[in-house]
Design a protein around this ligand. Structure first.
Ligand SMILES: *Cc1c(COP(=O)(O)O)cnc(C)c1O
Length: 474
């Protein structure tokens, strides 16, 4: 059979409220054209993020009822630890409320001024937690990984030559850790090959530097290895996952991704000295080491989620449905980052809307039109997110993308067909789309709360921008 069906039936449904364009225009104006400010009830298809938006299975909901809420020594922790250890053989498994809490603890221990943490590409919260300690976060992804239209099977790979050169230049004593983010979220959800994990480990061993994995999408990465890397087609995904982690000395994890739950995470490692320091910090910020900022029931749901996420029927459907969206958008003539990543499709809005310059936010313009036209919410990843400079000016980000992140087990093929139809229609009338200007913005992370308005008078756009920033300075 060619049709890949959702490998689940639906037992409990969550209604979607339909809206029309006139209603959506009102919601959008009230939200000052910022999609983060919309009520989610006013969204028909929500592709803002794949983080914490998964549907849990009947087995996970059953496990929720089995959660033991004892303060210390809960059997739910044992189940959680056993499930993690089945895939990731680390000695110390420290639960946290989400991924960034694990990062905060880890970098508090190993970071600090003068230190460098090397990664294929740091995720935003990872970078922020490293920089907060005064250390420097360095991205060393292969050159192919930076070219959106180029095909490469493992665009998330670490550049091994650059890695070694960097270690030699800055000195082993200043590099407490090398990391690999799998899949590479900030680089478009692109996978890292097993060979690259091995080569990274080889360099780390040569210089005596620990290798940690930012493991958020480990199962999706393993599926790509099975599909694309010679020698793995017949290897079970579980075995691939076990091999991936066998090369690492620890990991950070956001369970909101590949543990199929709505909240949770962990920090894992073999080093007992670091683990002791981590548990001491955990007690300050998260809680006792057998629950770490979570309820016993959350630990149970993660344990079941970890069994389900490596099932091959699930991964086949998961990665195929993302690819299905990518292929149909390409057929409709919409430029996307290729190849399709695991958890999201990224539309190249700058390329799609060449009549809207980067400082008029083509990504924001497309995301707004997707909402107005069909009630679809996506996320601009471009000049709105990265363009603001410390001195109050702005410049074009390297790319203007719109990310369509696919929640796990939430939408069916007809929902995705609806997205394809909407984008095809928008593409046919794309000359009608126009740019936006910012009428108010905060000093930092402006994409979450900035206010926008359609550009009415080009001559006044720059002046309006200056005023928007001056307002925030007050
Ligand atoms: C989501 C994510 C994180 C942070 O996890 P949270 O649970 O959101 O705190 C870290 N790294 C990567 C690659 C992620 O995708």
């Amino acid at each position: 059979m060619k049709t890949i069906i959702e490998p689940f039936r639906i037992k409990s449904v969550e209604p979607i409220r339909m809206t029309n364009r006139a209603e959506r225009l009102v919601y959008l104006e009230n939200a000052h054209y910022n999609l983060f400010a919309l009520d989610s009830e006013h969204v028909i298809i929500d592709l803002l993020t794949d983080s914490g938006t998964s549907s849990m299975s009947a087995n996970q909901w059953a496990a929720i009822m089995r959660g033991d809420e004892s303060y210390a020594g809960s059997p739910s922790y044992d189940k959680f630890k056993k499930a993690v250890n089945h895939l990731m053989p680390f000695t110390h498994i420290i639960p946290t409320h989400q991924g960034r809490a694990a990062e905060k603890i880890l970098f508090t221990i190993i970071g600090g001024p003068g230190k460098y943490i090397l990664n294929n590409t740091h995720f935003d919260t990872t970078r922020a937690n490293i920089e907060y300690t005064g250390a420097t976060a360095v991205d060393l992804v292969i050159e192919e990984g930076k070219n959106p239209s180029l095909y490469h099977p493992f665009k998330g790979n670490m550049d091994i030559a650059k890695l070694e050169a960097f270690i030699k230049e800055k000195g082993v004593e200043n590099i407490p850790m090398v990391m690999l983010t799998i899949t590479n979220n900030s680089g478009g959800g692109q996978p890292v090959s097993m060979q690259n994990i091995q080569e990274t480990k080889y360099i780390c061993m040569k210089y005596g530097i620990p290798l940690f994995i930012d493991a958020c999408r480990f199962a999706e990465n393993a599926w790509f290895i099975k599909q694309r890397e010679p020698g793995y087609a017949e290897v079970p995904v579980e075995t691939i996952v076990q091999e991936m982690f066998s090369y690492a000395d620890g990991c950070t994890m956001s369970a909101k991704k590949d543990a199929l739950v709505n909240i949770g995470g962990w920090l894992a490692m073999n080093d007992s000295t670091w683990a002791e320091a981590a548990r001491n910090l955990l007690i300050l910020t998260e809680g006792f080491p057998t629950y770490g900022g979570l309820a016993g029931r959350d630990l149970e749901a993660m344990a079941v989620g970890l069994e389900e996420v490596v099932q091959e029927d699930y991964l086949h459907y998961r990665i195929s449905s993302t690819q299905y969206l990518g292929e149909h958008l390409t057929k409709a003539g919409i430029p996307i980052v290729t190849p399709a990543g695991g958890h999201a499709i990224y539309i190249d809005a700058r390329n799609m809307l060449p009549h809207i310059g980067p400082l008029k936010y083509p990504g924001q313009s497309l995301a707004i039109e997707m909402y107005l036209h069909a009630g679809i919410r996506a996320c601009e990843i471009g000049t709105v997110m990265f363009g603001a400079q410390a001195d109050g000016t702005e410049k074009a980000a390297p790319m203007d993308l719109v990310r369509l992140a696919i929640p796990r087990r939430v939408y069916t093929q007809s929902h995705i067909d609806y997205v394809i139809e909407a984008l095809t229609e928008i593409n046919a009338n794309k000359a009608q789309l126009s740019g936006y200007q910012i009428s108010w913005q905060p000093k930092q992370l402006r994409h979450f709360s900035a206010r926008f308005e359609p550009i009415k008078n080009e001559a006044k756009r720059k002046e309006a921008f200056k005023n928007a920033f001056a307002e925030a300075e007050k």
